[in-house]
Design a protein around this ligand. Structure first.
Ligand code: SF4
Length: 92
């Protein structure tokens, strides 16, 4: 089974209107913030038409990569989803 096929078995419960990760408003992204558009395994980060980084946290696998790169600098705000929401991993 390929990794993509295994990831497909995960489920995600969206906490509507309460994203667990937020990007701080910025004019231009730092190098780390920009890097999130390519390193997030769930492809949650994208550049918008104005060159700013945006996040759609639906599908986030809580891997922590963006947290390590950008939380300490305050560029993103990172919390675990509320109980019952977020990714549901299927093992096996
Ligand atoms: Fe992407 Fe991982 Fe950050 Fe979730 S925790 S948004 S999967 S980099």
């Amino acid at each position: 089974l390929r990794v993509e096929d295994k990831l497909y078995q995960n489920r995600y419960v969206v906490d509507s209107g309460r994203p667990h990760i937020k990007v701080r408003p910025h004019k231009w992204p730092s190098a780390n913030l920009f890097a999130l558009t390519s390193v997030c395994p769930a492809k949650c980060y994208e550049l918008n038409d104005n060159g700013q980084v945006e996040i759609t946290a639906d599908g986030c696998m809580e891997c922590g990569t963006c947290r390590i790169l950008c939380e300490a600098s305050g560029e993103i705000e990172w919390n675990y989803p509320r109980g019952g929401y977020g990714v549901l991993f299927k093992f096996g």
